[in-house]
Design a protein around this ligand. Structure first.
Ligand SMILES: Nc1ncnc2c1ncn2[C@@H]1O[C@H](COP(=O)(O)OP(=O)(O)O)[C@@H](O)[C@H]1O
Ligand SMILES: [Mg+2]
Length: 501
């Protein structure tokens, strides 16, 4: 175990670092076999399973395998992650472009990827994504009156979906072409596709139809309720094309023992491992159990493990129980935010300035409960932690934290770059803070905007919020307008020909 982890308050709940990745031999072989075929024909694979089962960790291991491992392929990896904020259309794809741009400028891959053709393809794709998805309003949006907001938002994008598809497809073709004859394969990795907008999923499915040689596309999808539309639509897509799905299930006895040893220095006996395999065999639960044993300085005996497991309502609760009070308070405040969390907003939420902000960032890493994202923003180390915190809030605390979050977004807006994220966050926080006047206007107008972008699922969420807000306000005209808009969206969703799935 490395020094940093030993000094930390516990082992982090973030995806496992590749050097600590345990077990999953069969799944690793499956993924490696797909990689070996990608030089000849483009390949895709879906990694699926319930939350906490190890999907993101397997993706991280795979990224290391493709790009870093000495003697491996030493090939470029592009990685994006989808977060739980409906409406962030093509945001994960734009992260892939960032990685590609970085690789093309790097000493390592610059020779192979830094061609004019590649640079041009990146520029073009980024421009098209920007035109399709980015909001066009000026910074001072919220000081404007309702009518002005309408004028700004209710427009169709400058480019259509077909241009977006064509731009990204050409980019992959260019990238695959550069891999040809080098023995390399470019890996395109997307985490948590079940959260993606229907547009993102459509793009992914369309791209899978015609993946050029030299490209491997791997993505993860959370399976929960059988009716999860995100998962079901991707599973259909992957099956129809004959690509594999690698489904992760609980860890087996030897994998549990390996995890205890490698990540926690705990020697787990056979009986204790059997108990864990029977009762909490997913890696997230194992992490929570092992962290607790270590925190309480308990030997990993059958009795101690049974006690630890019996004492918590769920594994995320167990994880929080070992945190100091200050860490829990931070988690409570921040859990209302939609990831990725921008640093200025977090600092405002926690009322920190200057050196306090730097200290905050260090403490967040050490807590094991938060993780730093590649762009410098933050998220909970694992979504189950955030979901647990949200569930624990009283209705009043939830409203108060959301009101604070809305204030923080408004006051930091000039320092934030992700305009769409800001607007969608504000629309969510005003609504959850029960500030229905602001919530109604913003959600209705954003709803119209997503309607024009053919993201009907997001449009429906936003429009429903506008309806509830108008009801609370007792504003009949606003309510009628919002209901009319909702009916338009519903027609698109249930209509005979669905444009987007
Ligand atoms: N194979 C593994 N070896 C070691 N730790 C793992 C492994 N798989 C998952 N973990 C740990 O378990 C937790 C949940 O894993 P994660 O990959 O985030 O799951 P998912 O993405 O399916 O929700 C993380 O804290 C991670 O570090
Ligand atoms: Mg994950």
């Amino acid at each position: 175990m490395d020094e940093v982890q030993q000094r930390a308050e516990g082992v982090s709940y973030a995806p496992s670092p590749p050097e600590e990745f345990c077990g999953r031999e069969e799944e690793r072989e499956q993924v490696s076999a797909i990689l070996s075929r990608a030089g000849e024909h483009g390949q895709a694979v879906m990694i699926s399973g319930p939350p906490g089962i190890g999907k993101s960790s397997l993706l991280t291991w795979f990224a290391y395998e493709v790009q870093e491992r000495p003697g491996g392929l030493e090939s470029p990896v592009l990685r994006g992650e989808v977060f739980d904020l409906p409406g962030m259309i093509f945001s994960a794809f734009r992260d892939l472009l960032k990685d590609l741009r970085r690789s093309a400028a790097s000493a390592r891959f610059g020779d192979a990827l830094g061609t004019e053709g590649m640079k041009e393809a990146i520029r073009y794709a980024d421009d098209v994504f920007e035109k399709y998805a980015a909001p066009v309003e000026p910074v001072g949006l919220l000081s404007k009156t309702g009518e002005e907001i309408i004028g700004i938002f209710a427009r169709s994008p400058e480019v259509g979906y077909d241009r977006v598809y064509q731009a990204f497809e050409e980019l992959l073709r260019e990238l695959g072409g550069l891999m040809e004859g080098t023995g390399r394969v470019a890996a395109v990795l997307l985490d948590d596709v079940h959260l993606a907008s229907s547009l993102d999923r459509r793009l992914l499915r369309d791209l899978m139809h015609d993946l050029p040689p030299g490209i491997l596309l791997a993505f993860t999808c959370r399976t929960e309720g059988a009716a999860d539309p995100g998962y079901v639509s991707m599973q259909e897509g992957i099956r129809n094309l004959g690509f594999p799905e690698v489904t992760l299930s609980g860890m087996q006895r030897h994998e549990i023992q390996e995890m205890g040893e490698r990540r926690f220095g705990l020697s787990i006996g056979d009986a204790a491992a059997d108990l864990l395999e029977d009762t909490s065999d997913d890696p997230f639960s194992l992490m929570a159990c092992f962290n607790t044993l270590r925190h309480r300085d308990l030997a990993p005996s059958v009795g101690n493990i049974a006690d630890v497991l019996a004492g918590a309502e769920d594994p995320a609760g167990l994880a929080f129980a070992t945190l100091p009070g200050s860490g829990r308070a931070w988690a409570e405040e921040l859990c209302v935010l939609n990831p990725p969390f921008p640093v200025p907003v977090m600092a405002c939420m926690l009322d920190l300035q200057g050196a306090g902000v730097t200290l905050m960032m260090d403490r967040m890493q050490e807590s094991g409960i938060f993780r730093r994202l590649p762009g410098g923003d933050y998220a909970f180390a694992h979504p189950l932690l955030q979901e647990h915190c949200r569930r624990g809030l009283t209705a009043d605390a939830r409203a108060a934290f959301n009101a604070h979050a809305a204030d923080c977004f408004e006051s930091s807006m000039h320092r934030l770059s992700g305009r769409l994220h800001v607007l969608l966050s504000l629309a969510c926080h005003f609504f959850n803070a029960r500030e229905y006047g602001k919530a109604a206007d913003l959600n209705l107008e954003l709803g119209v905007r997503f309607y024009h972008r053919e993201d009907y699922d997001t449009a429906l969420v936003l429009t429903q919020r506008a309806i509830v807000s108008a009801e609370h306000l007792g504003d009949g005209a606003l309510l009628a307008a919002a209901q009319q808009q909702r009916d338009l969206v519903r027609q698109k969703i249930t209509g005979p020909v669905r444009a987007v799935q």
